[in-house]
Design a protein around this ligand. Structure first.
Ligand code: GLN
Length: 237
């Protein structure tokens, strides 16, 4: 079979709180099943075609890193939208999630244009929303760690990733967390999120691979360690 391709968007700029672990998790879960794959790094300024990927991952970053990547993201917005519509799976975390919305206004009032994959707007608020989070989602319970100043408000028709039962989620006022458009998942969950949520990791692989690798099935793995890590994180403040 042809290789499964994981694209890591802005690996040098958007990778805080262990977000690169999401790429490692996807790669390892393919390796453990003997499925050929590769990871493509997509730095700022590259002319990489995201339609050539099965899963695209982008992490969080400080406001300063967001400024560095925002222009590049707007430049490749058409390509991102085509890939989302084609069914490529995306996981975009925190700072990247904010830029996949329509706009991000930092706490100092400066504004960055987003690419509007999500009908969402983020505005920097007073104080940061920090702590472990539990989210009830279509993929079961997700656990992760949030640390963001931005408050994200979803448009009325925009689907969320899930509902927080612990933590702040999108804005600390409502209970929604993250956003979903086609197979594109935005979330505030760091940690990194995928090592502790193997079912969600496999769902991303399955959704992303069905466009070009429909004959491949993802067999069971022993997730005892991952499940223990998730349980432990869920009990922490
Ligand atoms: N700078 C953004 C905020 O604080 C994103 C932070 C992050 O990616 N963790 O809202």
């Amino acid at each position: 079979m042809s290789e499964v391709v994981i694209a890591h968007l802005f690996p040098h700029r958007m990778n805080i709180y262990g977000d690169t672990g999401n790429v490692i998790t996807l790669s390892k879960r393919l390796e453990w099943r003997g499925i050929p794959h590769r990871v493509d790094l997509v730095p700022v300024g590259s002319d990489y075609d995201l339609l050539g990927a099965d899963v695209v991952v982008a992490g969080g970053g400080e406001d300063i890193s967001q400024i560095e990547v925002a222009h590049d993201l707007v430049e490749r917005a058409d390509n991102v939208r085509l890939a989302v519509e084609a069914g490529v799976a995306f996981l975009v975390v925190c700072g990247s999630y904010q830029l996949f919305g329509r706009r991000f206004v930092a706490s100092d009032g400066s504004e960055l244009a987003g690419i509007g994959v999500f009908d969402a707007e983020t505005v920097g608020g007073k104080g940061r929303l920090i702590g472990n989070v539990i989210v009830e989602s279509d993929f079961g319970r997700l656990v992760g760690f949030e640390n963001h100043g931005g408050r994200t408000i979803l448009g009325s028709g925009q689907a969320a990733l899930g509902r927080v039962t612990k933590g702040s989620g999108n804005n600390g006022s409502g209970s929604d967390e993250g956003a979903v458009t086609h197979h594109c998942f935005g979330t505030y969950l760091h940690g990194s999120v995928l090592p502790k949520n193997p079912g969600f990791a496999d769902e991303l692989l399955r959704l992303g691979m069905e466009r070009r690798h429909s004959m491949v099935s993802l067999g069971e793995l022993d997730d005892a360690i991952e499940v223990t890590a998730a349980r432990s994180a869920a009990t922490r403040p």
